[in-house]
Design a protein around this ligand. Structure first.
Ligand SMILES: Cc1cc2nc3c(=O)[nH]c(=O)nc-3n(C[C@H](O)[C@H](O)[C@H](O)COP(=O)(O)OP(=O)(O)OC[C@H]3O[C@@H](n4cnc5c(N)ncnc54)[C@H](O)[C@@H]3O)c2cc1C
Length: 195
């Protein structure tokens, strides 16, 4: 199959690129690829309302299911790209599918750094990036009373807030000397700036 524009990654960047192309009246064929089984969805609620069970998955979708065929954007789900051949302008998926392209947009996002220590693969150790991760975590916290969160950034702290609101005892482990260290300035610098 050939697409004039093939976008690998159906997160904010990839899905919005496809939507924007149609808004700009691009008339060529567009393919949007995701390795996940789901329609394109936003991740931020995964550590907030979705994890808490307060928002159904349908409300995380960027657009309703009918939008994509209506705009003639071909969705390729469960399609993990494992090779790009820029000479013949084609990508190959893990299941053997081959997609040819005129222009390739690589919007595959990032992945959480997995724990490298022994035990990282044990049951009860989670990462939180996809809907499937959030579903696994949600299923387990219904019976859990304690949680240890490794990483005191936004996602870790949001998960901590969900867990404590369910009455769980939460311990946050952070390698830096304070929370949100990579994102926010220390409190005293903020006070000095206000003075
Ligand atoms: C739990 C959580 C909470 C967050 N909360 C916030 C927030 O409150 N505010 C905020 O600003 N940001 C938040 N973020 C960050 C925000 O979601 C990301 O910045 C945003 O999703 C990045 O979009 P992206 O399109 O670049 O990548 P992603 O959303 O990571 O999308 C990547 C896409 O590429 C696909 N993909 C990857 N590799 C392949 C491959 N080899 N083959 C095929 N497909 C592939 C994936 O399936 C996915 O569709 C949060 C992220 C998470 C995980």
């Amino acid at each position: 199959m050939h697409h004039d524009v093939l976008i690998v990654g159906a997160g904010h960047a990839g899905a919005q690129a496809a939507i924007q192309l149609r808004q700009l009246k691009f008339a060529g064929s567009i393919g949007l690829v995701t390795e996940e089984p789901d329609l394109p969805y936003e991740r931020p609620p995964l550590s907030k309302e979705y994890l808490a069970g307060e928002k159904p998955f349908e409300r995380l979708l960027f657009r309703p299911e009918a939008f994509w065929p209506e705009r003639q954007i071909a969705l390729h789900r469960n399609c993990r790209i494992i090779a790009v051949d820029p000479v013949v302008r084609a990508v190959r998926a893990a299941d053997g599918r081959s997609l040819r392209y005129g222009t390739l947009v690589w919007a595959a996002g990032g992945t959480p750094r997995p724990l490298a220590c022994p035990g990282a693969e044990l049951p009860g150790v989670h990462v939180l990036r996809t809907r499937a991760d959030a579903d696994r975590l949600h299923a387990q916290i219904s019976a859990a009373r304690r949680a240890v969160i490794i990483g005191g950034g936004y996602i870790g702290l949001e998960a901590a807030a969900v867990f404590t609101s369910r009455g769980m005892v939460v311990t946050v482990v952070e390698v830096q000397d304070r929370l949100l260290a990579r994102i926010a300035a220390p409190a005293q610098r903020l006070s000095a700036a206000r003075a």
